[in-house]
Design a protein around this ligand. Structure first.
Ligand code: FUB
Ligand code: ZN
Length: 600
């Protein structure tokens, strides 16, 4: 099947319209302002000289390009002359300063000039990938193609150096991204050379000479996704964003070439990622060291890394997986990421961001190892406006701004509804308050194809106002009414973790629909770690300001003055526990935060 891209579906109401409104009213300008303060935009003037402050960083360009991409998606539905003027100015600078052969990087054009395409880890190809995505999105929104044409000249330079001449000392991008971007560029320009270059890079992964091990736990070659040819991959390893951007490029190439061997490798990587290495929130990459995947089931709460970009890149891979394997399980994963581990990365006011997303916070123990020379890592408890490495803010901007691309896909004879958002498209309109409740109304406009709707994997009971047949997680509608009503029962659920997830085995997380809940100290009591949820306790929904309801229940908390007591002597207090959606944590100051609870 093929995905209907973001421009084919318009969000009209509900959870995501609110989120997009926040992008429009706050995030786009906030990220632009912080990137201006931190010299990312002025770096494009390429006037930095030795001795000047604020030397451009090797991947600042990617921050600007991702901002352009996010803003372009917003421009597609509503013009904003200020943003267009900024992008035009960036375009002028790109064209003015790019080398005669098309090369552009605001660091290597002014600093370390002799290092151009010398080291695989230098992110020049990664930045180009983001330039492509930004330029394509801007062209699609406005019809302006100056940036696109300039970026194509850079791609031509890369094609010559890396494919025709093979004259660079490395063969593939150290940080994948260019591969998936080239597929996009091919679709937009129709230029087959760009697809061939994407395939070339995918095929060449694993062929670089081994690089010297850095001061990291594992070798660079592994971190950079270059330890083996892609078709030999059995698991997902190394830097999580790199691995998942690479996987996205692999899926695109597998789909377009019907390469089953490559598709099988993609399935293995995706399965290993989501069935062994993913937090309940859809966060991935549990290790701080290397921003990387760890061993199967190693998903610690307090030290979780779970970079916002990693969650987004998992959603990107999930979206593509459904194009090579017609199964609703991929949209289930995209949904988990969408409502939890991605948007936890942005504050509700849209101006502050988490880079790493905690899965448990206990403020009392956040500095407990201050005498430990290893300076153990503790979770950040408040979002900030910008980071030194500020990849996540523009990534969440572009992700939410293009979220409509997750709604629909099509095969030759069927239209698939993968995500439930109030939206309009040529095919059908969706009206819903999902995930506040599970009621969905689909109004069909065209009926040239059959309709299939995803039954979310969390849903045990549902009703559809038409006859259907279940297959691969979709209900294929057998009749052709104009309107289809769907009701997904959305009770509060207790979810348990695999026994190999040692921190959380024997504990339960509270979910409703796709939304993971957490309890914050500000609403609750100390030592939430020790609170015991009774499986048969009553849970109540109550209205909150988070679009989805909050939850209340009673739990037992051990009374314990002594350090140790005989179990039979332990008494319990009954205390009220309030839970809010995980994505909303840390919006009311630093607080304890708990997802997993003991249960009886
Ligand atoms: O290296 C560029 C970006 O910065 C990566 O995608 C993120 O993980 C962060 O390391
Ligand atoms: Zn990031």
């Amino acid at each position: 099947m093929r995905n209907t891209d973001y421009s084919g579906v318009r969000i009209t109401d509900g959870f995501w319209l609110e989120r997009q409104k926040t992008l429009r009213e706050a995030t786009a300008d906030a990220v632009y302002d912080r990137f201006t303060d931190t010299h990312r935009f002025s770096a494009l003037e390429c006037t930095w000289r030795e001795g000047d402050p604020h030397m451009p960083h090797i991947f600042w360009d990617s921050d600007v390009a991702k901002w352009i991409e996010g803003v372009a998606y917003l421009l597609k539905t509503e013009d904003n002359p200020k943003w267009r003027a900024i992008i035009e100015r960036v375009t002028d600078l790109f064209i003015k300063n790019q080398d005669a052969d098309g090369y552009f990087n605001s660091h290597f054009l002014v600093a370390e000039k002799d290092m151009r395409f010398k080291e695989r880890g230098n992110h020049e190809l990664y930045c180009l990938g983001h330039w492509i995505e930004g330029a394509v999105a801007y062209f699609e929104a406005t019809g302006e193609r100056r940036l696109l044409d300039a970026v194509c000249r850079f791609v031509d330079c890369v094609e010559r150096i890396f494919k025709t001449e093979r004259s660079a000392p490395f063969i593939t991008p150290g940080h994948p991204e260019l591969e998936l971007a080239l597929v996009r560029l091919w679709k937009t320009t129709g230029e087959a050379r760009y697809f061939d270059l994407a395939k070339y890079f995918i095929d060449e992964h694993g062929a670089n000479a081994e690089e010297p091990p850095p001061a990291q736990t594992y070798p660079q070659i592994f971190y950079n996704q270059d330890d083996m040819p892609v078709r030999a991959r059995k698991t997902i390893e190394g830097h999580s964003v790199r691995a998942l951007y690479l996987l996205s490029g692999m899926i695109d190439v597998a789909r377009e070439t019907n390469d089953e061997e490559l598709a099988d490798a993609c399935k293995r990587m995706f399965e290993n990622c989501t069935e062994r290495k993913m937090y309940v929130t859809g966060g991935v990459g549990s290790l701080d060291d290397g921003e990387a995947f760890s061993d199967d089931y190693y998903l610690p709460g307090r030290t979780s890394y779970a970079e916002t970009c990693a969650a987004i890149s998992l959603a990107m891979a999930a979206l593509r997986m459904q194009t090579i394997d017609e199964n609703a399980k991929y949209a289930d994963i995209a949904e988990r990421v969408m409502y939890n581990g991605s948007i936890s990365g942005i504050s509700l006011d849209g101006k502050k961001f988490f880079y790493a997303n905690a899965h448990e916070i206990d403020l009392d123990f956040n500095h407990v190892n201050k005498y430990n020379p290893r300076h153990d890592r503790f979770p950040k408890t408040e979002r900030v406006e910008v980071f030194t490495c500020s990849c996540c803010p523009p990534n969440i901007l572009r992700f939410i701004a293009s979220i409509s691309g997750y709604v629909l896909s099509e095969s030759d004879d069927t239209v698939f509804v993968n995500q439930y958002m109030s939206s309009e498209s040529d095919e059908l309109d969706v009206i819903t308050r999902y995930p506040a409740d599970g009621n969905v109304l689909i109004k069909r406009k065209k009926k040239s194809k059959a309709l299939a709707v995803r039954i979310p994997s969390w849903c045990r009971s549902f009703e559809i106002s038409a006859e259907y047949e279940l297959k691969n997680g979709y209900a294929f509608i057998k009749s052709c009414e104009d309107e289809i009503k769907i009701t997904f029962d959305m009770p509060i659920r207790l979810v348990s973790a695999n026994r190999r997830c040692h921190e959380n085995a024997g504990r339960a997380a509270v979910m409703r629909g796709p939304v993971v809940y957490c309890a914050e100290g500000i609403d609750n009591f100390k030592d939430m770690q020790a609170a015991v949820i009774d499986k048969s306790a009553e849970f109540y929904l109550y209205d909150s300001e988070f679009f989805v309801p909050s939850i209340k229940t009673e739990v037992k908390l051990p009374k314990c003055d002594a350090l140790y007591s005989d179990l039979e002597d332990v008494e319990y207090d009954s205390v009220s526990l309030k839970l809010i959606p995980y994505f909303a944590y840390a919006n009311r100051g630093s607080s304890d935060m708990q997802i997993w609870f003991l249960h009886s």
